[in-house]
Design a protein around this ligand. Structure first.
Ligand SMILES: [Zn+2]
Length: 153
C-alpha cells in the first residue's frame, strides 16, 4: 500500500471496507488545481481514527479541510507548520453536539485539537490545543469544562 505524500489522491489505495464513510478526494487538497493536482497524504492510522470517530458518532462527518499543498495552506492563512500540510481534519460542527464530537474524536485517538466556531480541527500530534479566536473560546470553554477538565492542560 502506498502511504505518505501522493501527487494525486487517485493514486491512493482506498480500502472501502476499512474506511466506508470517507473518500480520498474529500481529504485531498482543495485548491482545485490552482497550486497542485489534488495532492494528498495517505495515512491509514489517521484514516482508522477518522472512521472510528464516525462509527462512534453514527452520523455523517463533513471534512472542511484535510490535506493542503504548501501553497494552498499559505493562501488560506494556515500556520507555516500546519499539520494540514501532512494530514489533519477540520470537521464541520453543524449536525453535531460539540461535546459528543470532541468525545468521539478523543476516543478515536485524536490528540491535538483546534477549537473554532464552525469546526473542530483534529490531528494525531500529541497534546496541542488552541482556540481560533475569542468567539471560539467563548463557545468551546463550557463544553471543554463539561467534558473533562483533567484532560485540559
Ligand atoms: Zn493544492
Amino acid at each position: 500500500m502506498k502511504t505518505g505524500l501522493l501527487a494525486d489522491w487517485r493514486a491512493a489505495e482506498w480500502d472501502a471496507r476499512r474506511w466506508p464513510d470517507f473518500r480520498a478526494a474529500e481529504l485531498a487538497c482543495k485548491c482545485g488545481g490552482r497550486f497542485c493536482g489534488g495532492e494528498y497524504v495517505h495515512d491509514p492510522v489517521f484514516l482508522d481514527a477518522l472512521q472510528r470517530m464516525r462509527d462512534a458518532l453514527g452520523a455523517p462527518v463533513i471534512v472542511n479541510s484535510g490535506h493542503r499543498c504548501a501553497l494552498w495552506n499559505a493562501h488560506v492563512g494556515g500556520a507555516p507548520a500546519s499539520e494540514h500540510k501532512r494530514i489533519a481534519a477540520d470537521i464541520r460542527l453543524a449536525g453535531h453536539a460539540p461535546g459528543a464530537l470532541l468525545r468521539a474524536a478523543r476516543g478515536a485517538g485524536f490528540s491535538s485539537f483546534g477549537f473554532y466556531r464552525s469546526f473542530l480541527h483534529m490531528d494525531l500530534r500529541p497534546g496541542r490545543r488552541w482556540f481560533g479566536g475569542a468567539a471560539a473560546r467563548r463557545f468551546w470553554s463550557p463544553v471543554i469544562i463539561e467534558e473533562d477538565m483533567a484532560w485540559w492542560k
